[in-house]
Design a protein around this ligand. Structure first.
Ligand code: PGA
Length: 255
């Protein structure tokens, strides 16, 4: 497969700064032998600068869990993409279902954040995914199309090549219920077809599409072996270095 695997740990609102430093250090040492897989961690904002120091010079990359689309100003509680860039973040997770569900994220704000991230030379990890209700109601394809099309509105082909998509069925996030390999593959393939509809087959074939939602050491290899699954966005299992290691080494073996 020409697409490189990308395994990203989304730590969400977990780990204090000192705990984050320890976890990042463990991941750096476990990732030493990893050559062909992109390993990324997304600590809290508070821990990000310290984690950046810990991973400096290693092959572990830094992501932030979100950014605001404005450059600076009176936006209490937010951080800008330049702040992310200054500490060495390379990726920004955008449009996570928890942002959509609890913090008023819409396809429009996702799009503003995607464009801002790209304009700063960082790479967005764009999260899309349907609820169980939407899937059962026959809306899977329309929901995913709208999310993907919304995220990429006015994004050039060149910039689209620098993006990563994370397909995360909302019903699989943090629930322990994982999509079957076939269910995930079918949906990932559909997401790629939407990218192809917008940008053509060449871009669609090179954009990495991660799966997210209860990816664990025991199901990672099966999921990652699917043709259209190019990595994982990992929540719970990214909080323990041995579990996260099992997942990125599964990718490394397949890569
Ligand atoms: P989970 O979270 O692995 O705990 O299901 C995934 C995510 O929300 O990115």
């Amino acid at each position: 497969m020409s697409r490189k695997y990308i395994i990203a740990g989304n730590w969400k609102m977990n780990k204090t700064v000192s705990e984050s430093v320890v976890l990042a250090g463990e991941i750096v040492s476990k990732a030493k032998e990893i050559k062909n897989t992109e390993v990324v961690i997304a600590p809290t904002y508070l821990a990000a600068a310290k984690v950046a120091d810990v991973i400096k010079g290693s092959n572990v990359k830094l992501a932030l869990q979100d950014i605001h689309w404005k450059d600076q100003g009176a936006f209490t509680g937010k951080v800008s993409v330049d702040m992310a860039k200054e500490i060495g973040a390379e990726y920004i997770i955008i449009g996570h279902s928890e942002q959509r569900q609890f913090f008023h994220e819409t396809d429009e704000t996702v799009n503003l954040k995607v464009k801002k991230t790209l304009s700063a030379g960082l790479k967005p990890i764009i999260c899309v995914g349907e609820t169980l209700e939407e899937r059962n109601g026959g809306k899977l394809e329309s929901v995913l199309s709208a999310q993907v099309e919304g995220a990429y509105k006015d994004v050039s082909k060149e910039d689209a090549l620098k993006t990563v998509i994370a397909y995360e069925p909302v019903w699989a996030i943090g629930t322990g219920v994982v999509a079957t390999d076939a269910q995930a593959q079918d949906t990932q393939k559909f997401v790629r077809s939407v990218v192809s509809r917008i940008y053509g087959a060449e871009v669609a074939e090179s954009v990495q599409i991660q799966y997210g939602g209860s990816m664990k050491p025991d199901n990672a290899a099966g999921l990652l072996a699917q043709k259209d699954i190019d990595g994982g966005l990992i929540g719970g299992a990214a909080l323990k270095s041995d579990q996260f290691f099992s997942i990125f080494s599964a990718a490394e073996k397949l890569g």
